[in-house]
Design a protein. Structure first.
Length: 391
């Protein structure tokens, strides 16, 4: 075994801010600190920087810059899209369709709406984590006002048939929102081809700063104002703009667009090498989720007969950082709602780990992680074997 090294394999939780992004942001903390609402030059320059970032993000998803509104992140964007739409259209109907594997920002927004008398249908997924379109069609009712389905799952990386869902929503005149936080920069997003009315995005998943995100709102769809107190963001979201964060998000989006093909090739090669070695060299392991319709850098692996928390602690001791699922619920003792919805038994869910790879990851990092896993799993199973027959 080689000596301990620091290996980060949790890129779906967050990414390091790229040096080029930080360099672009720094002036807006210092000499370019103006308030973009001010009419004097230093304020106008800040506003120009925001408009430039808005254009870069729009270009990444083939949108009009006027359709991009900045938020504090994916969670706020999800809340605004879902709760704002529901309250706007409640006189038309109070039925919402989503899935059982959404991010908690979506699920908890729906739960709050249920307290207000809305009815929410939670669609099942198959063993690969993919929604059944026939089940979706069957769930539509005359009072259905919103469909919200994430594009890429944050735990096991399944890519949903968003374009097909968009067509279904349009045929029934239903507003369609998609959480694309994990998709941005990892799978192609063309809002026109997808047929979405709104999507949620977050900067820190694409090597940008934390605390800044955006919502795409299709021109012609009037999502109500969500935060009051000013005329910022086309009078949709009050509050002085986070100029350094917005500038950083814009630069990260630009880099994501330019480097898209190289990024996908790199992380998919790392992922495939990792999975091949793990399944071949560590017995009683399972690769969760779709092989074909999947985030290029995601590998969700079940290690039978061991607890995921123990694996994470041993990995951390070897300098390897990863997680058991969503970073937003990593401290919960409840089994993953995503893997549960896929029909995976609870005893296996507790031994499931999410490994996600990024631009800085090397093949040497991957091999070190696999070698460490082989040692850790063998050690933990040796302890377990006193009580369980592993034959």
């Amino acid at each position: 075994m080689s000596e301990k090294r620091n290996v980060y394999l949790d890129y779906s939780a967050t990414t390091p801010t790229k040096p080029e992004v930080v360099e672009t942001m720094i002036p807006y903390f210092t000499e370019k600190f103006g308030n973009p609402s001010a009419i004097y030059t230093i304020g106008a320059n800040a506003k120009d920087a925001i408009d430039d970032a808005r254009a870069k993000i729009a270009e990444l998803i083939n949108a009009d810059p006027r359709e991009i509104i900045f938020t504090s992140g994916g969670t706020e964007s999800d809340n605004w899209a879902i709760i704002g739409t529901a309250r706007k259209l409640q006189k038309k109907g109070k039925h919402i369709i989503t899935t059982k594997i959404e991010h908690h920002a979506v699920l908890h927004s729906c739960a709050e709406l249920e307290k207000e008398g809305f009815d929410v249908t939670y669609l099942n997924v198959d063993h690969d984590g993919i929604v059944d379109l026939d089940e979706l069609k069957a769930a539509i009712r005359p009072d259905t006002i919103l469909i919200t389905v994430m594009m890429v799952n944050n735990e096991m990386g399944a890519v949903q048939p968003i374009a097909e869902i968009g067509k279904i929503a349009k045929e029934h005149n239903i507003v369609f929102h998609s959480d694309t936080v994990q998709a941005l920069g990892n799978v192609p997003i063309d809002v026109k081809e997808l047929g979405v009315d709104m999507i949620s995005m977050s900067s820190h998943k694409i090597y940008g700063p934390k605390g800044i995100g955006a919502i795409y709102i299709r021109r012609g769809y009037n999502l109500p104002e969500y935060i009051y107190g000013g005329a910022q963001e086309n009078k949709k979201r009050a509050g002085t703009e986070n100029v350094p964060g917005i500038v950083g998000f814009g630069k990260a989006a630009e880099l994501a667009r330019i480097n898209f093909d190289a990024h996908v090739k790199h992380v998919s090669e790392l992922r495939d090498h990792f999975v091949k070695r793990v399944l071949a060299e560590i017995p009683h392991t399972y690769y969760n989720g779709s092989r074909e319709h999947r985030h290029p850098g995601n590998a969700n692996i079940t290690f039978e007969y061991v607890e995921g928390e123990s694996i994470l602690l041993y990995l951390d001791a070897k300098g390897i950082s990863t997680s058991s699922g969503s970073a937003c619920s990593s401290k919960s003792l409840q089994p993953s709602h995503v893997l549960t919805a896929m029909g995976i038994p609870v005893v296996l869910i507790h031994g499931s780990i999410r490994f996600t790879f990024g631009d800085p990851t090397t093949m040497e990092d991957v091999d070190y992680a696999v070698d460490s896993l082989k040692e850790i799993i063998a050690r933990l199973r040796e302890i377990t074997s006193m009580n369980v027959d592993l034959s």
